[in-house]
Ligand binder design. Structure first.
Ligand code: ADP
Ligand code: MG
Length: 296
């Protein structure tokens, strides 16, 4: 893994990448959803260089929307390596993750300038060098809906940043058919409509259903059981179904964190997570549910 000092770039790495592959595998969403994502990403890669955009509208732009903690960032990172694995003939793939918060500038016109530099210079240079997947995480911070921008905190700056994102993405799409942009947003309602309309695919990532909850809890326990084997027996313990029932409604991040919280429930299990009981696990899930209730 290498990183770069360019403003707004969180990391750059070569693809395929085994770490990103395990991120993809760690996210439980319906199999069809993963298939749709991968298929559109592959299609954009294989078809875009060979057709006119005005006649076959493919922008190489995929958007993942959903509540915080549902796995969008992880899925987007994983998708990058899956595309590279699927289309090795495209060349030396690379991955670049953008950190939009770093681009939101306090100064008037500052964000716009930073966005222009990032997309027009930094990303363009990487894209010119070979096939590239860019993850534009939490894109609503940059491409906020121009019709909803309030008059608080530099509305003009946000407006200009949104314009710069749209113009920058258009120019990149035009110049680099080997570029795939995957964006995520926690609030689809706040993403600019013009950006939404450019997406080849918009996938909504939901909070896991009961089977998903069970899978995520078991997967977290399985990871711990590689070192503390006793914890791997919890899924077959009599009270485990109740743990899952209690946990339904939590998102993926909350579920994994609740397992950690159960381990930290007392000094004994903190020292040896193999000592976590099914009751402690259920308690942690109940606590997590209570924490997500709206406060009065
Ligand atoms: N559907 C899911 N399946 C498995 N793990 C999940 C799921 N959703 C979230 N997680 C876990 O929660 C954490 C946060 O995920 P993240 O990708 O940052 O979510 P988001 O970007 O939607 O806020 C990660 O550790 C991830 O593995
Ligand atoms: Mg995220």
């Amino acid at each position: 893994m290498s990183s770069t000092d360019a403003e707004g770039v969180l990391e750059v790495r070569a693809l395929p990448d085994t770490g990103l592959r395990s991120e993809w595998d760690s996210i439980r969403v319906p199999e069809q959803q993963k298939n749709r994502l991968l298929s559109m990403a592959v299609l954009a890669t294989t078809v875009r260089p060979r057709v006119q955009r005005s006649r076959v509208p493919l922008h190489g732009f995929i958007l993942l929307v959903g509540a915080p903690g549902t796995g969008k960032t992880t899925l987007g990172r994983g998708l990058a390596t899956r595309v590279a694995e699927s289309v090795p003939s495209a060349g030396n793939w690379r991955f670049l993750q953008v950190e939009p918060h770093a681009l939101v500038s306090a100064g008037l016109g500052g964000s716009q300038k930073k966005v222009r530099r990032l997309l027009g210079e930094t990303v363009a240079e990487y894209a010119a060098a070979g096939p590239l997947v860019v993850l534009l995480d939490e894109v609503e911070t940059l491409a906020a809906d121009r019709y909803q921008i309030s008059l608080e905190a530099n509305p003009l700056d946000v407006l200009r940043a949104t314009d710069a994102v749209l113009a920058g993405l258009d120019e990149l799409a035009e110049r680099f058919p080997g570029l795939l942009v995957v964006a995520t947003s926690n609030f689809v309602g706040s993403v600019d409509a013009a950006l939404l309309s450019r997406a080849d695919l918009v996938e909504t990532i939901a909070v896991p259903d009961r089977d998903g909850v069970k899978w995520i809890v078991c997967d977290t326990l399985a990871e711990l059981s590689r070192t503390w084997s006793a914890i791997g027996k919890l899924p077959s313990a009599p009270g485990f179904a109740k743990v899952v029932d209690t946990a339904v409604g939590l998102d993926g991040r909350q579920l994994r964190k609740a397992v950690v919280a159960a381990c930290a429930g007392d000094p004994q299990s903190a020292l040896d997570p193999g000592k976590v009981s099914v009751e402690a696990l259920e308690h942690a899930m109940r606590q997590a549910r209570a924490d997500t209730e709206p406060r009065k």
